[in-house]
Design a protein around this ligand. Structure first.
Ligand SMILES: [Zn+2]
Length: 385
């Protein structure tokens, strides 16, 4: 592996560490539990998530012969019943190991094979440290080529997380799953589309796993589908989001709800990011910002124009393309957006959302938006048939 590159990364990641230190609020005497380690791996991208009982301070270090990176999590203890050795063997990481290094420190070791890059960030409620590792695998030039695109559709929430609940009891998780399934059905009619859903049934999937699925599939596009909610039952309309810093309180409120964190936490996060330009850039550098903006505009435009052509619908208010810090978009390596299809908290919209025809109209409109984006994108990924 190229040690200089990794060292450069470490320096860059020190900025993130600074961010983590700022957001540290744990009481020093109380030990933070390292509760679980999870990972999703493919040949050129792996996401590792370390579940914690609270914020931690940590340091990281690079060692050679054999090459490894380790993270020392301060003031932590390793939960007794967790798995501590993970043989990964994906060409980038040999293994991930965890151990109680000393009474106050849990050490997480990444045994390296060959990596290009890695990036670390922290998510809250519940607290978890996310490490994204990028491989060096180059794309082989195929002999027979066809332009294909992989689209990952993410139906929000699921399982024990119902998402927003409408006044008559309709769950966001059910509405958005049905829209996602319909959208897939429409998109797969084009043989050049390869479509994956993060969930096809009523199951719970963490926000970070959804992004990991899209990155592991090496997706070209990622669309997360949600229904909006507001304390005001009169609020209605459609809006499409991309990942970015914002100072718009309403956008922050939406992101806080979708991230399942408090608005206060959300505001703190924005404040910290605003102070540290490097963090802002670092967390979002992979996100293909310009492409995400284009994708968001095409989908938003298509939703408004398509739905307002339908006679039976009430007029759809165009709330526009907005940005906020959605966990589900953190670390996504492709153009990625989150659509709030309507307000489930609005009795009129809830009624529409409970109607299959309306859900199909929404799916068609999103599909149209995606198609316009794809057609207008000159650089299409080339994949072997
Ligand atoms: Zn949602």
């Amino acid at each position: 592996m190229n040690q200089r590159q990794v060292k450069r990364n470490i320096f860059r990641n020190i900025a993130i560490l600074f961010f983590l230190l700022l957001s540290t609020s744990s009481v020093a005497s109380e030990k933070i539990d390292v509760k679980n380690i999870r990972y999703w791996s493919s040949s050129d991208y792996t996401r590792i998530v370390i579940d914690l009982s609270g914020h931690v301070e940590f340091s990281k270090n690079l060692l050679s012969d054999p090459d490894r990176i380790y993270f020392d999590l301060k003031n932590t203890r390793l939960s007794k019943d967790i798995k501590t050795v993970f043989p990964v063997g994906d060409g980038m990481l040999k293994a991930v190991r965890a151990g109680q290094f000393d009474p106050d420190t849990v050490r997480i070791v990444f045994d390296l094979e060959m990596i290009k890059d890695f990036n670390t960030f922290f998510l809250d409620s519940p607290a978890r440290l996310v490490v994204d590792v990028q491989g060096t695998k180059s794309i082989k030039k195929p002999e027979v080529v066809l332009t294909k695109r992989k689209i990952v559709i993410d139906a929000g929430h699921g399982g024990h997380d119902p998402g927003a609940v409408g006044p008559s009891g309709i769950h966001e998780k059910d509405v958005v799953l049905d829209i996602a399934l319909k959208l897939k059905e429409i998109l797969v009619k084009d043989p050049l589309n390869e479509v994956f859903l993060t969930r096809e049934t009523d199951v719970f999937i963490s926000l970070e796993e959804r992004t990991a699925i899209a990155n592991n599939k090496n997706a070209d596009l990622f669309v997360s589908i949600h229904a909006n909610a507001s304390p005001s039952r009169r609020a209605h309309g459609i809006e499409t989001y991309l990942l970015n810093w914002t100072n718009d309180e309403e956008a922050m409120t939406v992101a806080a709800r979708e991230n399942a964190i408090s608005l206060k936490k959300m505001k703190e996060m924005h404040k910290q990011m605003d102070l540290l330009e490097t963090i802002k850039n670092d967390l979002m550098r992979e996100n293909k910002r310009d492409e995400s903006i284009r994708l968001a505009h095409y989908i938003q435009k298509s939703l408004i124009s398509t739905l307002n052509r339908e006679r039976n619908n009430r007029k759809r208010i165009d709330l526009g393309v907005k940005q906020a810090l959605f966990y589900v978009l953190f670390g996504a390596k492709m153009p990625s957006v989150l659509v709030e299809v309507s307000f489930i908290s609005n009795p009129g919209d809830e009624k529409l959302l409970s109607n299959e025809t309306y859900r199909m109209q929404l799916a068609k409109a999103i599909s149209n938006g995606l198609n316009i984006y794809i057609m207008s994108t000159s650089v299409t990924k080339v994949t072997a048939l």
